[in-house]
Design a protein around this ligand. Structure first.
Ligand SMILES: [Zn+2]
Length: 115
């Protein structure tokens, strides 16, 4: 799908967007829901939970685009993604791909972002 230069990417519902350190990739398996802020034990970065998750979702979306669709984002504006069902806007991509399998993934995926 390509719409006004944006790509809609479905991220696996089990992707640990809140628990991963967006800076170094360390996974905080002890993070509980009411913790809004946490500090990475590997690199020491303090994260605001939703902001960290949005960065991870964006990065995961970019990874999926690159690895599975061979699309590279060439302009990367500030993300405005949240967790489940939220969106990031402002990226342009090389117009070379159309997602044909998009709707086949809806039934088993939950989290999504638009890049
Ligand atoms: Zn870290």
């Amino acid at each position: 799908m390509e719409w006004l230069g944006k790509h809609f990417v479905l991220v696996d519902r089990f992707f640990a967007s809140s628990k991963l350190c967006s800076r170094c990739g360390w996974k905080n398996n002890n993070l509980i829901l009411r913790e809004r802020e946490w500090t990475c034990l590997a690199c020491g970065t303090t994260h605001e939970r939703d902001e960290n998750a949005s960065i991870n979702l964006k990065n995961e979306g970019l990874r999926i685009l690159k690895e599975e669709k061979d699309i590279t984002i060439i302009h990367d504006d500030a993300p405005t993604v949240g967790t489940t069902g939220s969106y990031a806007f402002g990226d342009d991509v090389r117009p070379k791909e159309i997602f044909q399998d998009l709707f086949g993934q809806f039934s088993r995926k939950k989290e999504s972002i638009t890049l």
